[in-house]
Design a protein around this ligand. Sequence first.
Ligand SMILES: C[S@@+](CC[C@H](N)C(=O)[O-])C[C@H]1O[C@@H](n2cnc3c(N)ncnc32)[C@H](O)[C@@H]1O
Length: 268
Amino acid sequence: MSDYVHGYSGHEQTRLVDQATTLTELLHHDTRYPPGSVVLEAGCGVGAQTITLAAHSPGATIASIDISAASLALARARVRGADGVVFGRADLYALPFRANAFDHVFVCFVLEHLPRVREALAALLHVLKPGGTLTVIEGDHGSTYFHPDSAHARRAIQCLIDLQARAGGDSLIGRSLYPRLAGAGLDDVEVTPRVVYADASRPHLVEGFTRRTFTAMVEGVRERALAAGMIDEATWRRGIRDLYRTAEADGTFLYTFFKGVGRKPLAG
Ligand SMILES: C[S@@+](CC[C@H](N)C(=O)[O-])C[C@H]1O[C@@H](n2cnc3c(N)ncnc32)[C@H](O)[C@@H]1O
C-alpha cells in the first residue's frame, strides 16, 4: 500500500474519523446485522466505521481486518471496550479464513483504492456464506459540485482523482458499483446514492464534511500533486481557498456516496 493516495498520517487518521462521525446516519442507518451473526469488515483502517458497526449490531461478532498494522493499533485503541469486535492483520486479496466463514461482509472506502477490484470482490465472496450479504460503500469524487463554482477548485480535485488513478485506484468508483457487484455474481444488488448537501443551515455538515472531510482530503495530496507537476502552486492555493469558500455562509457543497448491497447466491 505504499501508493495509498491518502497515506497514514495523523491528519488522515483524524479525517477518517471526522468523515465517519459526520456521515454515520446517512451511510449506516440501514446497516444492521442480527445477533449471533459473524461479519467481516475488510479494510477497517483506524476503526472509524467499526465503532458504528458494533453499536448498530449488538450481539453480532465483527471481525475487522486491515493490511496496515499502524491503523489496526489505532483501531484497537478506538474500539476498546466495544463488545464483539476482533481485529487482525490481513490482506483482503489473501484472506486467512475458510470458504463461507462469514454471514455478512462489509467494506467501506476500500475498493476505490484497489488496483484489482474484481479479484478483491471474488476474495470477499469466497469467505461469504451463500445467502449472506456483501455491503460496499464508496465515494465518487466526480460527483462533487459547489457554489460558488471555481475552475481552480475543480483543478485541485482533479489532482486527487488523477493521483488515485496513477496508484491503481478509481475515485469515481461509486457510479460503477452496480455493474461491478452484479458482475461479481451477486443477486438482488441494490445501489442507493447517499447525497451529502451542506449549506449554512447545516453547520455540522459544513464543518464535518465540506471542511474536515472533503477539503482536508484534497489538501492531503498537495505535495504529491505539486511534485508530479499536475498543478502549479498558485492554482493549487487558489483551488483550496475556493473549496473553503464554499463553506462560508453563502456557500453550498454537494457530494454523492454510493452504498451497494447484494446477496451471494445460494449454492445449487
Ligand atoms: C480509506 S481507508 C478506509 C478505512 C475505513 N474503512 C473507513 O471507512 O474509515 C482504506 C483502508 O483500506 C486498507 N487496505 C488497502 N488495501 C488493503 C488490502 N489489500 N487488504 C486489507 N486492507 C487494505 C488501507 O490500509 C486503509 O486502512
